[in-house]
Design a binder for this molecule. Structure first.
Ligand SMILES: Nc1ncnc2c1ncn2[C@@H]1O[C@H](COP(=O)(O)OP(=O)(O)OP(=O)(O)O)[C@@H](O)[C@H]1O
Length: 317
């Protein structure tokens, strides 16, 4: 996985000058690489600079200094950016937290998903184009009956899927997902997250995954960078980072989600916990954190992962 570098951020600074005396160092000299086929997590408290990093990568902001490369193309230079805009639009897509705002309320679901294909002049034949739209709807679990509905006629989870289907319509190599599941119900979150994993496995999707939800990041990301006040304070393989957070800030951030000793959990008289233990436990319990403070108890990791897919119930401790 680590062979092919897709995105490289080098010494990126993004400062905002509010007035003559006040400068906000939203991103302050960060560097990282994202490799093809990996899901790279960016975590940190609110205001730490995660979204600004995403916006700089997408050239929404012109960096104060530093460079951003996509493959070997410098994409953070405004002069090059003009010429490369189409290239970036074709290869990179973003999924926002608030999909409702990002969708055109006057277009039907079908038109919303079809639009990027038209703009990029892919599938000139209408029938082929519609077939592609249906394929995308199927991929994200949207029933065909929604094709002629408007965003306001869909639920929050469905709108998020429309946003994802649209983002995937150009088969982008690289997706930036900025809090893609924060506004969704827990059961829908699980479906969307499993979709990300499926896209990574089946389509080799590469993703920058921005989230507050450390449990989710642990489940979905291969590597994680922790941001604090505009800087990356720690970056490691996910398993390593969660097992052994080194930076004091990361430790504080993770303190709330460290999995406690299962033996102490057993002492809790939590009815859901007891029910789960009775249903699943066969001598060797397996406690899996599925979201911030949410745990499932299963007798194997496979059972736990299957359970996440359904994820209708969870234990909060
Ligand atoms: N366009 C802007 N002008 C001025 N300041 C900005 C601008 N965009 C972001 N900031 C500031 O930069 C800092 C980082 O914001 P950013 O949105 O990147 O954080 P974040 O980690 O994504 O937070 P959250 O998780 O709440 O979305 C904040 O102090 C924010 O107020």
């Amino acid at each position: 996985m680590k062979n092919e570098q897709l995105l490289s951020v080098k010494n990126l600074k993004q400062y905002f000058k509010l007035d003559r005396n006040t400068v906000i160092k939203a991103v302050d000299d960060i560097s990282f690489e994202i490799y093809k086929g990996e899901i790279f997590g960016l975590v940190g408290e609110s205001g730490s600079g995660k979204s600004t990093t995403a916006r700089s990568i997408l050239s929404i902001y012109q960096p104060t200094s530093g460079n951003i490369y996509y493959r070997d193309k410098l994409i953070s230079n405004p002069r090059i950016y003009r010429a490369e805009k189409r290239f970036i639009n074709r290869n990179m897509q973003i999924i926002f937290q608030n999909s409702t705002a990002a969708l055109n309320s006057r277009m039907t679901v079908k038109k919303i998903i079809e639009e990027p294909l038209l703009i990029q002049k892919l599938y000139p034949n209408k029938e082929d184009r519609l077939a592609k739209v249906y394929e995308l709807m199927d991929l994200v679990g949207l029933d065909k009956v929604y094709q002629d509905k408007y965003p306001y006629e869909c639920s929050g989870g469905q709108r998020q899927r429309i946003g994802i289907a649209r983002a995937l319509s150009l088969s982008p190599e690289f997706i930036i997902a900025d809090e893609p599941i924060a506004s969704l119900d827990v059961s829908i979150q699980a479906q969307i997250i499993n979709l990300f994993k499926k896209l990574q496995q089946e389509k080799g999707m590469t993703c920058l995954f921005i989230s507050h939800d450390l449990g989710m990041v642990r489940y979905v990301c291969n590597r994680v960078a922790v941001m604090y006040r505009g800087k990356i304070v720690e970056m490691a393989e996910t398993k390593e980072l969660y097992r052994n957070p080194v930076h004091p800030y990361t430790r504080t951030l993770f303190a709330s989600i460290l999995v406690p000793d299962p033996s102490c959990l057993k002492k809790r008289n939590h009815s859901k916990y007891n029910q789960l233990r009775d249903d699943y436990w066969d001598g060797e319990n397996h406690l899996l954190e599925v979201s911030d403070g949410h745990f499932v108890l299963c007798n194997s990791r496979q059972a736990a992962e299957e359970w996440i897919i359904n994820w209708n119930e969870y234990v909060t401790i």
